[in-house]
Design a protein around this ligand. Structure first.
Ligand SMILES: CC(C)(COP(=O)(O)OP(=O)(O)OC[C@H]1O[C@@H](n2cnc3c(N)ncnc32)[C@H](O)[C@@H]1OP(=O)(O)O)[C@@H](O)C(=O)NCCC(=O)NCCS
Length: 177
């Protein structure tokens, strides 16, 4: 395989150490906020000062690819698919059951749809002072601009400009702030 698709696959399955696996599992399961922060730090997540991590926050792939800047609030049951970098800017709030995805691939090495929907792996950035509403899904490659809101249940397929409210499936700007 040559071309851009080859780049997508290179590093797709980077190894995870036992420490990373174990600490991420304990971070997800711990009932104590301070323990969650400690376990996820030990798993390689970069966590600033004053960050809170809710119960059941789950990371698939690589905690080391996640950066949470100061005073970020991650509420319960948020799911990070961190095959590529995820950066959450300072003071941002992520509501329960949000999903942040950096890759997609329908079992492409075997599934015939793999030829139609090639594998994707792209970073996701959420800038400072944002609010991501409950149940929102952020797809690979998107950036949410500073001080913007993603409404509950939105599916973000494109960048959200700064100081906007984006809502719906697919998410569209419904107003400026
Ligand atoms: C986006 C949000 C902040 C409201 O923003 P707002 O600008 O005050 O919006 P309004 O309530 O005035 O509604 C404006 C329009 O957007 C629509 N709208 C509001 N929320 C929406 C949503 N989640 N999805 C789709 N449309 C939505 C309204 O129906 C309204 O449409 P209309 O003008 O056709 O009647 C709010 O709806 C939301 O999603 N909050 C997140 C709540 C949450 O996740 N809480 C978890 C704990 S923090």
């Amino acid at each position: 395989m040559t071309g851009p698709e080859e780049n997508v696959w290179s590093g797709w399955n980077e190894p995870l150490t036992c420490r990373e696996r174990l600490c991420a599992a304990l971070g997800e399961l711990s009932p104590f906020g301070r323990c969650r922060l400690r376990f996820y730090r030990w798993a390689g997540m970069k966590i600033g000062r004053g960050v809170t991590l809710g119960r059941g926050v789950a990371v698939a792939c690589y905690p080391r690819k996640i950066t949470l800047e100061d005073c970020v609030e991650i509420q319960p049951q948020v799911y990070f698919l961190a095959r590529d970098e995820i950066r959450v800017g300072r003071n941002t709030a992520i509501s329960p059951f949000v999903k942040i995805l950096t890759s997609s691939n329908p079992n492409a090495r075997h599934n015939a749809l793999g030829g139609i929907f090639p594998p994707v792996r792209k970073p996701v950035t959420i800038r400072e002072n944002c609010w991501i509403g409950t149940g929102a899904i952020l797809l690979p490659g998107v950036t949410v601009g500073p001080m913007s809101v993603v409404a509950a249940g939105a599916v973000v397929t494109r960048d959200v400009p700064e100081r906007c409210v984006a809502a719906g499936v697919p998410a569209r700007t419904i107003r400026r702030i």
